[in-house]
Design a protein around this ligand. Sequence first.
Ligand code: SF4
Length: 502
Amino acid sequence: MSRSRETLREEVRARLADEVGASFGDGPERVALVYPSPYRAGMSSLGFLQIHREIRASGRVAERAFLPDDPDAYRSSRTPLFTYESERPVADFPIVALSVAFELELAGMVEVLELAGIPPLAADRDHRHPLIVMGGPLTFSNPLPLAPFADVVLMGECDETIHALLDHCFEHFVRGKIGTKETTLRAIADGIDSAFVPTLHGDEMPHVAAADLGKLPAHAAIRTPNTELRDMFLLEAERGCSRGCTYCVMRRSTNGGMRIVPMEKILGLIPEDAKRVGLVGAAVSDHPKIADIVETLADRGCEVGLSSLRPDRLNDRFVGALKRAGYRTLTTASDGASQRLRDQVQRKAQEKHLHRAAELTRAHGLERLKLYMMVGLPGEEDSDIDELVGYATELSRIAPLSLGIAPFVSKRNTPMDGLPFAGIKVVEQRLDRLRRGVKGRVEVRATSARWAFLEHALAQGGRAEGRAVMDAVHAGGSFAAWKRALEALPEKRPRRALSVVA
Ligand code: SF4
């Protein structure tokens, strides 16, 4: 049944009423912050919430909007996408900033702009339209497919650069002091090293920014029960990673390396009434005081969630603290199926660490061990999968075991940039071999090989692949529509030189 415009507004008001920490206000310098996935994903993104808090703290107005759960309801009721805080149409804001986390979210990016009544392609917009700024985790690897859509892309960590960018926008563009979009974009390109302006820079993207230490830790001003993280107060315990896994965009050399937030600062920022705390970071368990932090929070009666656990960091005290802080499943990753592959990608985890993780799961009465793995790494053979079957079977005798499998997708800004996708069939055969090998003993959940294939096309692609996403969205957004749109691209387009990072 189609829903009315008023019903859609009431749904948004109900979510707002459930939030703790949301703030309202008005002022002349307003920014719409739009997340191209639904509310439950956007409100779990600490980066998105950090930028929202940063803009608000500077005295400007930042209002949120998300890809609706049911975009068709907005279309059929002719409801333009509006912000949560003031219910103003997104298109009425002078600046619209989008955070894009990963390649496949480009579809949501096209959809939110169209739902707002804003032409997605920058070339179709003029001075009557908002300035469209993009940023987010995708900018650490390859934001070039965003180039046809964005007026500006802020590369990397933009805790500081968002302020510089808004200063330029409100000084030059919005107040009309100098007046044109072109002069504003020129001022941004000249004034902010990490700002990528597609109309000025061509395909040459600047390096990603690393934020000043004083900006850390990112923390969310708002908590909500309407996400999977349910009322969790999110803050970062560290940023970046000191390790060097060769497939990972967060590896030590991508931007500022690992930056650790002191324990006292972390504990001091957690509100008294927060009963659930999410510690976020690419390598949270590498924080030298992580066990102390979790123990202290458990003593306060808090439940704690960590965004990542490295198997070589698990020990009796740490897992005991996690159990006291509410952990029921111990989740970690080893990524390569065999030791040979883990060595090849410089992943430190070894089989002995996984054994230890299983033993700690059992010793502390946790319900399950969950391991994240990749399949389809270059050089992978059936024998690597057989090795995984062998030790997964052994681990499952120690503790109930789940495997979460993702196909390998090579990313720019990593040493594995430019490597081909293993192939949908190959990935599915390996998954089949794994499932047969551990049948009845280990639960296996895998992300789609077909969508990983599309992710790879965008991760290694450029402007043309970005435009193909728009065509795919207009053709219904199915896998077949994406494949057709990408296959329609000219086959032998010049490829950007590989960016090999040491
Ligand atoms: S995969 Fe994890 S441990 Fe390895 S470099 Fe990336 S964030 Fe660090």
